[in-house]
Design a protein around this ligand. Structure first.
Ligand SMILES: C[S@@+](CC[C@H](N)C(=O)[O-])C[C@H]1O[C@@H](n2cnc3c(N)ncnc32)[C@H](O)[C@@H]1O
Length: 188
């Protein structure tokens, strides 16, 4: 067995907690890796809401889901995740954020501390007890360290009675190894 890198471990956590019929959010759709994974996890009776500011990302992912017959339980929004509060109906069981920029795309379009925190807070408000928000933090680009620090500082400030927060990272790797945070709701 190999210790899983952060991105893969984010899926392991989701696969252990998300169930058929659940409602979940992909806050940074990109090329749709997480959207596709979530669509399969929640199944026909579940619901996935996806957000990305880039039309290119939304269109690419829509086609990807259509090609695999996975579109029926997914609603994609070509808008920022700061709109989760008003666009996502009802409680959610999980959310995933992959922060940073879309590899192979415009490196100037990055997630930013203010809007990321607004979105995380909206997800935590909507989260069911035992639900989880997972975040994969990439921070090797301009603006990345500031976002990483803001998100970790916020996550550390959460009341431990209400939330359990885990941080996971290889600490002997070069080039800013991604950090995984998992925030589980303990009580309302
Ligand atoms: C690291 S990529 C996501 C990768 C994606 N999970 C995948 O499977 O390919 C980050 C994405 O966040 C998007 N993004 C930037 N600001 C955003 C915002 N305010 N709301 C939603 N998405 C945003 C970017 O356009 C980019 O596609």
């Amino acid at each position: 067995m190999k210790i899983q890198p952060s991105v893969r471990y984010s899926h392991t956590i989701l696969s252990q907690l998300v169930q058929n019929g659940d409602t979940v959010v992909d806050a940074t759709v990109g090329k749709g890796n997480d959207t596709e994974f979530l669509s399969q996890l929640v199944g026909e009776n579940g619901k996935v809401y996806g957000f990305d500011v880039q039309a290119e990302a939304i269109n690419y992912t829509k086609q990807r889901l259509d090609d695999k017959n996975l579109s029926s339980n997914v609603t994609l929004f070509n808008t920022g995740h700061e709109n989760i509060e008003k666009l996502v109906d009802g409680p959610i069981n999980a959310a995933i954020f992959n922060l940073g920029y879309l590899p192979g795309s415009n490196k100037d379009i990055i997630t930013k501390p203010d809007t990321t925190l607004t979105a995380i807070k909206a997800c935590l408000d909507k989260l069911e007890v035992n639900g989880v928000v997972v975040l994969v933090l990439y921070y090797g680009h301009d603006g990345g360290p500031q976002e990483k620090d803001a998100v970790i500082q916020y996550a550390q400030s959460l009341d431990q009675k209400a939330f359990s927060v885990m941080q996971y990272q290889f600490i002997n790797q070069v080039h800013c190894p991604p950090i995984l945070l998992a925030i589980q709701k303990n009580s309302n």
